[in-house]
Design a protein around this ligand. Sequence first.
Ligand code: 8OZ
Length: 367
Amino acid sequence: MASLFDPLQAGALRLANRIVMAPLTRNRSPEAIPADVTATYYTQRASAGLIVSEATAISPQGQGYADVPGLYGTEQLDGWKRVTKSVHEAGGQIVCQLWHVGRISHNDLQPDGQPPVAPSAVTAQAKTYLIKDGAGSFAPTSAPRALDAGELPGIVQDYRHAARNAIAAGFDGVEIHAANGYLIDQFLKTGANQRTDDYGGSIENRARLLLEVTRAVVEEIGGDRTGIRLSPVTPANDIVDADPQPLFDHVVRELAPLGLAFVHVIEGATGGPRELDDRPFDYAAMKDAYRAAGGRAAWIANNGYDKTLAEQAVASGHADAVAFGRPFIANPDLVHRLRDNLPLAQIDKATLYGGGAKGYTDYPKAA
Ligand code: 8OZ
């Protein structure tokens, strides 16, 4: 029986344990450039079996919140190089989460104040985060414009280019962010996709962009350095699908031949309840569909896990590893605390988004 503290091979990634640091948006990268304090933050958490970086914009158009990092300019890459070097020196591994927000953005955050882009011109009932004159505030997302099919190859190219940049910046691989109501999830799900072309309507069509992006990234950096994050039923960012089970069973069947390093699944509502009465979903069936199609990737489960639940998940084979998000914010030495059953510190919600070292690099290790 596997334990949370056993090593795990996930494609080319060798995890020292099965505790993964989930991606966490922290809004501390002015000009989209990771700062020195960000290198400190990730390095403090390098005992995780794997770190998935905070969501990182693949292009200026893919940006949807103030002060999130990017992966398309030289200074951004130089900032990330400092992070990856420092994490590696501490014995950790880190992959970059590739992000295009789609309609979850604001005109003020888009190139030339243009509207954000989406599969269809349907505004999300959601909020984004702006910083003006040093003060952060949440604002409703702007009305998006529908992408022309002719623009999609350019977006796939942006993912490919960002994956290449991630490797150039020293990351061990990438995670494609296909979750939480952002661009790829908007294409997947009926609540945001009203297209009538090859990218809308049937499950095959709605999954097309996800698969084109993933194939391009795999071609660029290798499947064994590529992971993907999915959230079949989360309501985050006003997303919903009329029938998620066959949709996600199809997605993972199509991913199976690509030789991915990991598939990372958010169970339930991101950062909220693990079970949703109005959105039932069978995660085991989804994983079975993937394995039956020959998929060998490590299966990472996420959302609301504690040590007991995580140990059960790994021991039973429900997952190969478990990702922890918020617990890693207040507990840089989370692996040590879980192993030794030490108490966990609680997060300060006021310092989650934006600011500097406070609530970022000043959470101490256990005594
Ligand atoms: C919290 C705040 C802003 C963005 C996600 C990238 O939900 C995010 C995110 C989370 O995946």
